[in-house]
Design a protein around this ligand. Sequence first.
Ligand SMILES: [Zn+2]
Ligand SMILES: [Zn+2]
Ligand SMILES: [Zn+2]
Ligand SMILES: [Zn+2]
Length: 415
Amino acid sequence: MEIDENAEKLKSLHVSSLDEEEDESEAPNDDVEDDVSEDDDDDEEPVPMTLGFAEKPKNQWSLLRQYFPSKAGGIPAWLDPINLPSSKSSVCDFCGVPLQFLLQVYAPLSEKSTFHRALFVFMCPSMTCLLRDQHEQWKRHPETPRRSVKVFRCQLPRVNSFYSREAPAVDGTEKLLTAGALLCNWCGTWKGDKICSSCRRARYCSSEHQTAHWRSSKSSHKVHCRQLEIPGEASESAASNSLWPEYEITNEDEFEFEFDDAEIFNDNGPDNSLISRSRTDKSFEKLQTYFKGHGDTRSWASFQAKVAVAPDQVLRYSRFAQAKPLWPVSSGQPSILDIPKCNYCGATRCFEFQVLPQLLYFFQVKDDGQDSLDWATIVVYTCEDSCGGHLGYKEEFAWVQLASQREHPASHFLK
Ligand SMILES: [Zn+2]
Ligand SMILES: [Zn+2]
Ligand SMILES: [Zn+2]
Ligand SMILES: [Zn+2]
């Protein structure tokens, strides 16, 4: 990234925020239903983007559902705590195992019905399933879509039966108006509809999780089943030790970083882009090395230039109509036709946010064989109208881009 180009971007950012309508008409490619994604990164108008960062929460209560958190790992803070996704939506369509909670983004909109609004991403931790998911993803309009990555949207009006109509108390004392559904004692994620036949107390979402809890070496239910008190089995906690580590997702405007970045480049020159900020870590250098070695330099170069201003970002969010995902690699990008329309109202689905591979680093996903999880980016597309209705959670669409069909980049930068 050159200094001049950076200044240019800042300038056009001001223009686009003042005069969006005109900008839209100046971008002739936007309305064309193009079958092939064009790599037009260089002529793109910058669109305000919010960056998400994974941070250990200062207070554990800030991740509770009554505080409407954005979070990654651990268990979801269900917005509607009762009408959770049903059993079929909650499992991997390939291996049948319950999906694992990846992250959630609290993203309210201005409509009355979207006063509270959150998006939840789940995925099967098996790379084998994700590779099968890739195959299904490319099938346009399959009769019964099969996925190992699922996104749910939940929204509530300001006046609802779960939360106070006023903003939550900032000291952690906010109480829940209603208890949520009883959850699985193992994953703490899905409804615990199955009850242990011996103690009639422990609850599970699936027989897989009942078995896992029974066999667990740390907190085996086999040991606790016959005791009067069952430790750590209150609702909204999980006995599983395979959940991803929990983080709060904090956010900052990308614009702020780009402004800083221009100054950094003035001092140090553009060459050390990815390692110029204090937040950086050796893993990001390894990530850089990996992409450099993969001959996909064109897409990687623009990806790198863009994330360099804040290399530890794990999420990029924008609901501006012109917002586009940042693709780390040039292969494996969808065209407009690959993004299905809303299953519920038929409206177009638009880009809303993307998850970056940096999250794998925070999740400490290790390269321990063929099945270790990896992606280049997960892009979430949601109903343009954020349509309402009776369902507690509506399924949206995720597009997963892998860094390589054969190799996993995590194995290169997470050692
Ligand atoms: Zn699976
Ligand atoms: Zn479970
Ligand atoms: Zn039991
Ligand atoms: Zn819709």
